[in-house]
Write a protein that binds this ligand. Sequence first.
Ligand code: GYE
Length: 336
Amino acid sequence: MKKRLAVFAAMTAALCMSAIGASADEDLITIGFAQVGHESDWRTASTQSCQDVFCEENGYDLQFVDCDNDSAAQLEAVRSFIEQDVDYIIIDPIVSTGWDEVLTECEDAGIPVIVIDRTIDDSDKYAAWVGSNFTTEGLACGEWLKAYAEAKGIEEINALVIEGTTGSSAAIGRTEGFQEIADREGWTILDSQDGDFTQTGGQEIMESYIKSYEGQFNVVICQNDNEAFGAMDAMTAAGISYGVDGDVILVSFDACTAGLEYVQSGDINADFECNPLAAPFVEEVIQQLAAGETPESTVYMEEHWYVNEDIIETITVDGEEQTMTVVTDEIVEAQY
Ligand code: GYE
């Protein structure tokens, strides 16, 4: 499924570059996209996915706003799209609340909204949402850690969590999912702080964790790859070993190319994918809306769980058996 998506995105990009079927300006479908920012590799891939699909050659005029992780700027961006009277608005909500008023304004203006990636939890005034199940990602992380620790004879888990942006549904879901398994297994979570999904944030939080908890932790959970890269730098500087041969089990989310390279080299033990290539599905929603059809209100992206060692082949998450995939060169090459 993911491969199909990636191929689709690549084909669309190729079409865009060859400028096939360019339409007259007035025929273009105008789309306003209020993107979270540019905080991570995941975000770069998400932006690229939208720019590839919603390009002029495909019949779109994309108004892209990088909101730089600022919720007020994001609301302003949506209001500016209403003012421009765009045909559709795409929102990747930085935080999950505070949306009803502006979505009512979109509704009053007759502009359909499609939400991607993170969820909006205090309004249902949008046509569809396309994204990932973050709680499932957190649960999968916990179930894998349980099985892995057992297989390695590790009896105690003392974990440090570096969370993503406070108030974002991605951080909320991953935190809750992992916490559920930690509570069930009686693990200790020594601390859980916001690293804002950035490499700098991950490094700073890890540096402060090392000051407070050196010698007390054996697991570090980073809620995205960029935070993990920062945490790795902080641990390396402090002489703390991590990964497959290290003293600390390092786990991450996103599974971007660089993240998978670190899984392959054994620096990161496991990486739980979050698939950023949502734009082709958003385009389907737009086509359905344009045809007067009612799109599916919820579209989940397909994702995979990646590891370095083949010790744990499957885990059960919410009663469903899921595969742990060992990273290979082919997987790294095909990844976004
Ligand atoms: O995990 C992180 C990004 O919302 C799922 O945001 C997304 C998260 C992703 O900055 O890398």
